[in-house]
Design a binder for this molecule. Structure first.
Ligand code: NDP
Ligand code: 1BO
Length: 330
């Protein structure tokens, strides 16, 4: 894999820094992740009002949109302007047919209770049958009508229900297919990215096509993930810079030009994870972090979706179009 150069991104103060999307809207560089976050009403409120987050990432599938919405709306009542916030949600796999897109978005808006979403993403690029078990059984995973679904996503932008649209967990093959017909290009591609899985190729492709990348699982994810917090290289850089390993990992992500959405349900760590401005990782340490051994994705799809079904995706490698699937351990 090629080593990534640092983005020309050098914040000179401690304010939360934004990246500009192709639409002209801004996405704050650090957002709060909410997957497996329990009942995140208070953490979302604390993140926005006390820690200064302006970006919250959630999804229908996380089952917490109602509480996330309560946290956001309490922050708005406390004086934070809605327009200063950037709220992302995602279209779940069971709703991945053209006729369900609008209703799914309306349900999300009803749960979150903002008047619009800043960003709506296709969560995973395949269609799950209604009532599919987890992992799904034979025949539960279907291909999806990418062109038809995207056209409906574009209508949501045109109708001012969402400001930007994008994708998650796409391969190069799927991204190029989407770009071949999209009238509104995806503004954001959200992918697993951290020093243990840099995902350079999709980052390069997105950079080339003017698509902003958001790094999910920037700390290596949760239980069963990659323990980057205790990685010796991460720990060494953290000690040298007098920062925490979590801060080094988030700062590494934004120095690559990606936004990052660390999840925490702990108030101290929520506050810690956004203190990544006004300092930078020097080039030699940035490159040392890039040399952490690569191991295939934590969010591979295995435990979530695939259990040797009968097609069109018969195994996890099919979901990823066999791209980078050879990397399987340090
Ligand atoms: P992260 O990489 O953000 O890691 C979260 C874990 O790290 C939690 O166990 C958290 O525990 C712990 N943690 C947080 N801060 C620190 C710190 N400073 N020091 C030590 N430990 C810390 O994992 P996620 O997989 O949750 O990814 C982040 C977000 O990305 C998700 O919550 C979700 O919003 C999004 N996402 C999107 C996906 C997609 O398909 N589009 C897939 C996966 C994630 P604690 O809470 O106790 O602090
Ligand atoms: C099943 C959802 C993975 C985290 O976005």
């Amino acid at each position: 894999m090629t080593e990534m150069a640092q983005a020309t991104f050098t914040p000179d103060d401690e304010k939360v820094v934004d990246f500009r999307l192709p639409s002209g809207h801004k996405i704050p560089a650090v957002g709060l992740g909410t997957w497996k976050s329990g009942l995140p009403r208070d953490s979302v409120f604390t993140a926005i009002v006390e820690a200064g987050y302006r970006h919250v990432d959630t999804a229908w599938e996380y089952g917490v949109q109602h509480e996330v919405g309560e946290g956001i709306n309490s922050a708005i009542h406390a004086g934070v302007e809605r327009k200063a916030l950037f709220i992302t949600s995602k279209l779940w796999c069971t709703e991945l047919t053209p006729e369900r897109v609008r209703l799914a978005l309306q349900n999300t808006l009803q749960e979150l209770k903002p008047d619009y979403l800043d960003l709506y993403l296709i969560h995973w690029p395949f269609h799950l049958k209604d009532g599919a078990s987890r992992p799904p059984k034979a025949g539960d995973i279907l291909d999806f009508d990418m062109e038809g679904v995207w056209e409906e996503m574009e209508k949501l932008v045109n109708d001012d229900l969402v400001r930007d649209i994008g994708v998650c967990n796409f391969t190069l093959k799927k991204l190029h297919k989407l770009l071949s017909f999209a009238k509104i290009k995806p503004s954001v591609c959200q992918m697993e990215m951290h020093p243990g899985w840099r995902n350079d190729k999709i980052l390069e492709a997105c950079n080339k096509n003017g698509i902003h990348v958001t790094a999910y699982s920037p700390l290596g994810s949760q239980e069963g993930g990659r323990d980057l917090i205790h990685d010796p290289i991460v720990e060494r850089v953290a000690r040298k810079l007098n920062k925490s390993p979590g801060q080094v990992l988030v700062r590494w992500a934004i120095q690559r030009g990606t936004s990052a959405i660390p999840k925490s349900s702990n108030y101290e760590r929520i506050k810690e994870n956004i203190k990544v401005f006004g300092w930078e990782i020097p080039e030699e340490d940035f490159q040392a972090l890039c040399s952490v051994p690569q191991q295939k994705r934590v969010l591979n799809g295995e435990s979530l979706f695939v259990n040797k079904t009968d097609g069109p995706y018969t195994n996890v490698a099919d979901i990823w179009d066999h791209e980078d699937y050879d990397i399987d351990g340090p």
